[in-house]
Design a protein around this ligand. Structure first.
Ligand SMILES: *Cc1c(COP(=O)(O)O)cnc(C)c1O
Length: 343
């Protein structure tokens, strides 16, 4: 018995990619870092390659090697962390394309893999990864003699369309890349929604593929059903769970389900979490334990065998809001104890 059943809708995933590709002015890649935001990078990348994606991005070279195994030769797999020390063999053997982030990385690439493709990541204001304007000015001519395949940058505030950081970074990106005959990429999901000025030659959506905000039109990709281990009826005045924080006000039917904070359901959800039986919401009561959650199912017409954590009535963003976090964190924390089915 697993602690829950994850169902991943590859049709909805492909539809989300196609919808974002439709919105994008140029080509559309797919970001499958962190095991495709927790959903399984091999299956996800294969489905997206079938849908037409020809470029993928991962965070580190090991992830790139796994995606290459899954999708075979052909599509580009870009490494956002660039060419890190010790990664040369992985990059070469799996035909990965590092997005070089620093002068050190550029020298490492030119020395170790002089004739292999690479891209360059530019820091247009986020101060996280990439060459800053001064560094770029110093190495641009050298870099251009080596024919980079992509110039990219990343937006810090793209999920806030009115934020002045967006046009500021757009201008910086233009200033750093104008006149160079190299394909350019600036936007992830949020940037796609900012409009065509932000699209350039290639967009790089991640979260929107997986059904998360800010792509409001995205189709839901993940369903999570948790089995009920035990049901009991308690009397008014009886308490539930650690710390006695919930007391029954009426005769109550309590279901104990087989998932907890060790399965990526934050303890901070305590008191704010609802599960669903069909369309009927059932409040979780008491604390979230490591492997267990207790749910008040008194108002259900029948005893449930499962309760739905993620599904048509509660998506990753609803759950994230209840936990005080974002959909990205809920997805990438999905438990390893869940069984996974791809439909
Ligand atoms: C994670 C990431 C993306 C994808 O971002 P989403 O907001 O999930 O669409 C794109 N580009 C870079 C550099 C990233 O780190």
């Amino acid at each position: 018995m697993s602690s829950g059943h994850l169902t991943i809708d590859l049709g909805a995933l492909a539809a989300n990619w196609k919808a974002l590709a439709q919105l994008s002015a140029g080509e559309t890649a797919a970001v499958v870092k962190a095991d495709a935001y927790g959903l399984g990078s091999g299956r996800v990348a294969r489905a997206l390659a079938e849908a037409g994606a020809r470029r993928f991005f991962v965070a580190v070279a090991e992830e790139g090697a796994a995606v290459r195994e899954a999708i075979g030769k052909g599509p580009m797999i870009g490494i956002l962390s660039g060419h890190m020390e010790g990664d040369t063999a992985l990059i070469r053997d799996h035909d990965l394309v590092p997005m070089l982030n620093s002068v050190d990385q550029m020298l490492r690439q030119i020395e170790a893999l002089p004739n292999r493709p690479f891209g360059i990541q530019l820091d247009t204001g986020m101060s996280r990864l990439g060459l800053e304007p001064g560094e770029w000015a110093a190495v641009r001519d050298l870099a251009m003699t080596r024919n980079p395949v992509l110039l990219m940058s990343h937006l810090a505030c793209a999920d806030e369309p009115e934020h002045p950081m967006n046009p500021h970074q757009l201008q910086n990106f233009r200033d750093m890349t104008e006149g160079l005959d190299v394909p350019r990429s600036l936007s992830a999901t949020g940037g796609i929604l900012l409009g065509p000025d932000y699209h350039f030659d290639l967009t790089r959506p991640g979260i929107g593929l997986y059904g998360g905000q800010p792509f409001a039109e995205s189709r839901s990709v993940v369903r999570l059903d948790i089995p009920v281990i035990q049901l009991r009826t308690i009397a008014p005045g009886e308490t539930v769970g650690y710390g006695n924080i919930w007391t029954a006000a009426r005769p109550s039917r309590i279901a104990t389900i087989a998932a907890g904070y060790a399965d990526g359901l934050p303890r901070a959800l305590g008191g704010k979490l609802r599960l669903y039986h069909g369309a009927i919401p059932c409040p979780a009561v008491g604390r979230v334990s490591m492997d267990l959650i207790t749910v008040d199912v008194t108002d259900l017409p029948e005893d449930p065998a499962y309760l739905t954590m993620l599904g048509p009535h509660q998506g990753v963003d609803r759950l994230a809001t209840a936990a005080g976090t974002i959909g990205y964190e809920i997805l990438t924390s999905l438990g390893r104890r869940y069984s996974r089915a791809y439909v």
